[in-house]
Structure formats: structure tokens, C-alpha cells
Design a protein around this ligand. Structure first.
Ligand SMILES: *Cc1c(COP(=O)(O)O)cnc(C)c1O
Length: 467
């Protein structure tokens, strides 16, 4: 437990005061109907200015602190050997314990370097669940990406503490089947973003490590949400309740040989990332690629001020008052929706609530995109932007039979940006979701009128069936 002895009060408050504000723009229901129609009923095509509460993603949408902004002014913009790099490197090394910290402009740039080094045809890379950019970077090299999520993690209503865990038995079976020489790396994503932001236990990290050691395979963390994961370990795993989140995070990193990191998540910045590792030879090769694709090793695609803000963010994110507020505000949203009977993926993850659109709008078949129907209605009702993670994003048409193949789940993600919204914003979201849920029989299906061959969810245009 975080020592709440500061005050005797039970209410968890935003652990900050607001110094600089950004007005949100209100629109009328009629305006939103027009905006939505003009955007082809795709929230990615709505201008941010037309959105009241933006829950599209938690990536790069954090509010920076006064100290981070001060750091922006302090940023040393020297080409080589900038002071800001050394401050960032020191903080990242102290946290992760890695010998080499290689800055990149965002997470996928770190992935690109790593998989250029270890990927390639016939290589197989396991993870609890690969994030889409990780999978894309692996497949781009000709290698294959495999997910080994534990069975509980695949059940949307099962309540468990660590639904992000790797299925260790399946992982070991896979290594034996493929041959260890074809598995150049084991990855573990904390928290498991693609799996609903569910945490991974320290025990599971240790077990994955044991497999990696047994077969002499390097083990890396996809560490984007390392602090949220560490906080869940503190709250849920025996033996960690009295450790600081920083100590827990340090222990997590102590089991691995390296990490990829998107600083747009748990480093509380709008742009940045890094690749960390211990192996001398791999680090030299990684830096050689970095110089060609990102920049000189002491800035790697970032400005000195970005490195300064990242360094500061890596410290602030471990503040337990911040993490209490962070995890609680997501949980609070989930709790209130559940109380109103709204079907969500359980339990709430670290960075988002996922509405279960299959149970939300059971009258809309998968090929008419129930998730998209909920997304559109949430925008129309409250100016809230969310994102469909279901048949629009992952649905496929069988090339031979022409039959539509839906993914296992039809979800709508409400991702919570860090330090951006207050409890009354969340209360407003709760009210809007419940209102849409109560009117769910009125929701109608959608059809796609135009789409791109790849990653169609970004640009597809839709039409409602009742238009
Ligand atoms: C966001 C994310 C990435 C990619 O990071 P970018 O900064 O968006 O390039 C990789 N893995 C996970 C788990 C992520 O959430």
C-alpha cells in the first residue's frame, strides 16, 4: 500500500495542480453528425479540434510537467556529446541497469534496429502478445512473430491478476519445435498492450528468464508501460507490497538482456524512445544502424530538449501518487461502467478500458462492425473519440470463399492519456457511455465504402445502414 498517511482522506486526487490549460471545443449534436458524416464515420479522419475528449490513444498524448517543460529550455542541442544525453543516459541506466542506452525517435525505431540485427528469414520471435509495430518490424525482415498469451488472458470476462502473462509451457514447446537456433530473441511486453493493458507478474518474468537461460536465447522486454506494470506487481503480487515501484521496475529489468521502449507511454513525453542492452557486440552493430537511420549515438533522432524531457519523465512516472491516480482513474471508469451493466473487458488494464461491442450491440453482426457503431455513437453523443479494435482493424475476407472472417473479439478502446483529464472528464465519459448503452437498440451497422489494402482502419470510409 502507498502510505496514504499524508492525509486521513480516502479520496484519491489528481496529484498535480494545473498551471497551463488548453481549452476544449464544444460542438452541438447536429455539428457532430455533420463532422462524422464528412469524416466517413471514421474517427481517425475527424480533426482533433472537433473532439471534446480524445481517448483515441495514450501514446504521445501525455501532459508534461513544469519540470519537463523547464528541461525543454535547458536542452543542450550540441550535435555530439550533449549534456542532455548524458543526463538521460544516467537516469535510464540507473533504472534499467543496461550497459548501453541508445536513444531513438520512438519505440518502433528501436524495434527496427533490433530486428534488423536479429530478424531475417526462418527466424521466429515469441512474445506474450506482439504489438502491431513490433510484429510489422519482425515480419518486414522476413522473420515470423508468434504470440504465447496464457489461456486466461484470452478470456474477456475472466478476472485474474496477471492476464498478460506468457504461457511458459507453450513457449518452451515452441523453442523445442522450431529449434533454438531459429529463435534469436524472446520478447515480453509489459503491460500487454494488444492484450488489453494487462500486467505480467514478476514470477512470470522470472520463468520466462529461466527458459531464455536454459536455451541460451537473449530475452528483451517491450518496456513501454514498465511503471504501470511495476505498480500492478506492487498491488497484486505477494512479497512486493513493501517495495518501491522503482525497486520493482529495477528488478523487472534485472532479468532481461535488453529492452525496446516507447517513451510516448511511460516516459511521459510526446515523442521519444530507446533501445537498451548489455551485449557489447550487438550494441556496436545497433549504433552503426542508428547512425544511418536515426542520428549520432548521443541524440538518435531526438532534439536535446526531448532527451531532457524524457529523463525527467522516467523519474516522474515512478511517483507512486501519480501511479495511484493513474491506475485508479482507469479502474474507476471500468467500475462505473460495470455497475451500469455495460460490458467491458475485465479486469480494467493499466491504460485503457475496452468496451465489449459484441455484447454491447449483439444485434449488429461482425461484418457490419458493431465496434464502429459504438465508436460513432460515442462521438455523436458526447464528442468522445475512441477506437474500434475488432472487425474493422483485424477482419479478413477469405480469398477463396469470399466469406468474412471476424477476429475473436469486437472491442472499442477508451485509452486514457496520462495526466490530461480530471475525474469530471472521466465522469462525463461514464455518463456518455451509459447513455449510448441505454439506447443500444438504436445502434445500426456500417458498411465500408472505400478502404486501403493495408491497415485500412486508418483511412477507410464508412456508411451507416440506416442512412
Ligand atoms: C506504442 C508501442 C510500441 C511502438 O512505439 P511507438 O513509439 O508508437 O513507435 C511498441 N510496443 C508497444 C507495446 C507499444 O504500446
Amino acid at each position: 500500500m502507498l502510505e496514504q498517511s499524508v492525509t486521513p482522506m480516502k479520496t484519491i486526487i489528481e496529484p498535480f495542480k494545473i498551471k497551463s490549460v488548453e481549452p476544449v471545443r464544444f460542438t452541438t449534436g447536429r455539428e457532430r453528425e455533420r463532422i462524422l458524416r464528412e469524416a466517413g464515420y471514421n474517427p481517425f479522419l475527424i480533426r482533433a479540434d472537433d473532439v471534446l475528449i480524445d481517448l483515441l490513444t495514450d501514446s504521445g498524448t501525455s501532459a508534461m510537467s513544469a519540470k519537463q517543460w523547464a528541461g525543454m529550455m535547458e536542452g543542450d542541442e550540441s550535435y555530439a556529446g550533449a549534456k542532455s544525453f548524458f543526463r538521460f543516459e544516467k537516469i535510464a541506466k540507473e533504472l534499467t541497469g543496461f550497459k548501453y542506452i541508445i536513444p531513438t525517435h520512438q519505440g518502433r525505431a528501436a524495434e527496427k534496429i533490433l530486428f534488423t540485427l536479429v530478424g531475417g528469414p526462418h527466424k521466429c520471435i515469441p512474445n506474450n502478445t506482439h504489438f502491431d509495430t513490433t510484429r510489422a518490424n519482425i515480419e518486414f525482415t522476413g522473420a515470423q512473430a508468434f504470440d504465447f498469451l496464457n489461456p486466461l488472458g484470452k478470456d474477456p470476462v475472466a478476472i485474474a491478476d496477471f492476464k498478460g502473462n506468457m504461457d511458459i509451457t507453450a513457449l518452451e514447446r515452441f523453442i523445442l519445435e522450431k529449434g533454438r537456433e531459429n529463435v534469436p530473441l524472446i520478447m515480453l511486453t509489459v503491460t500487454n498492450n494488444a492484450g488489453g493493458g494487462q500486467p505480467v507478474s514478476m514470477e512470470n518474468i522470472r520463468h520466462t528468464k529461466a527458459v531464455a537461460v536454459k536455451y541460451k536465447i537473449p530475452f528483451f522486454l517491450d518496456a513501454c508501460r514498465f511503471a504501470e506494470n511495476a505498480f500492478f506487481i506492487k498491488k497484486r503480487e505477494k512479497g512486493y507490497e513493501h517495495k518501491s515501484v522503482k525497486e520493482i521496475a529495477q528488478e523487472m529489468f534485472s532479468y532481461v538482456d535488453g529492452c525496446t521502449m516507447s517513451a510516448k507511454k511511460d516516459a511521459l513525453v510526446n515523442m521519444g524512445g530507446f533501445l537498451g542492452m548489455n551485449d557489447d557486440e550487438t550494441a556496436i552493430r545497433a549504433r552503426n544502424i542508428l547512425v544511418v537511420t536515426e542520428g549520432f549515438p548521443t541524440y538518435g533522432g531526438l532534439a536535446g530538449r526531448d532527451l531532457e524531457a524524457m529523463a525527467q519523465g522516467l523519474e516522474e512516472v515512478l511517483d507512486e501518487h501519480y501511479l495511484t491516480y493513474r491506475i485508479r482513474s482507469v479502474e474507476y471508469l471500468g467500475e462505473k461502467l460495470l455497475q451500469a451493466g455495460v460490458p467491458i473487458l475485465q479486469p480494467p488494464g493499466g491504460h485503457a478500458i475496452y468496451l465489449d461491442a459484441k455484447r454491447f450491440a449483439p444485434h449488429i453482426p461482425s461484418e457490419q462492425f458493431p465496434g464502429q457503431a459504438v465508436v460513432c455513437e460515442l462521438y455523436k453523443m458526447g464528442g468522445i473519440r475512441s477506437v474500434e479494435i475488432g472487425s474493422v482493424m483485424f477482419g479478413r475476407t477469405d480469398k477463396i470463399t469470399g466469406k468474412f472472417i471476424p477476429p475473436a473479439l469486437e472491442l472499442v478502446r477508451l485509452a486514457i492519456p496520462r495526466r490530461v483529464y480530471t475525474q469530471s472528464h472521466i465522469d462525463y465519459v461514464i455518463e456518455a457511455v451509459i447513455e449510448v448503452y441505454q439506447r443500444r437498440p438504436e445502434l445500426c451497422g456500417y458498411r465500408i465504402v472505400s478502404e486501403a489494402p493495408l491497415l485500412r482502419h486508418f483511412t477507410a470510409r464508412f456508411e451507416p445502414f440506416n442512412a
